[in-house]
Ligand binder design. Structure first.
Ligand code: FES
Length: 83
């Protein structure tokens, strides 16, 4: 299925780029821009971004690795302002 008609990116292209990036570095942050770059393409109009991100999110390899889940700390309490 064509996801980006400007650049001819398919859902399969996205899946293959994610697989390649995960195989290269299991902890890399994968963004739409990196996928375009990996495919040697570039977005033009941006009209596909919602579908593009949906396709990325539907890929099991986009999950945060188990050992990295739960690392987020609550924001520190707001510092009292001098005044
Ligand atoms: S449809 Fe993807 S950039 Fe235009």
């Amino acid at each position: 299925m064509i996801v980006c008609s400007c650049s001819g990116v398919t859902d399969r292209d996205i899946s293959q780029a994610i697989a390649w990036m995960r195989a290269s570095d299991a902890y890399t942050l994968i963004t739409p821009g990196k996928i375009y770059r990996a495919l040697g393409k570039a977005p033009r109009c941006g009209g596909c971004i919602r579908l593009f991100v949906e396709r990325m999110r539907s890929d099991d390899r986009m999950e945060v690795p188990a050992e990295l889940q739960g690392l987020r700390q609550p924001a520190p309490a707001t510092l009292a302002r001098a005044g």
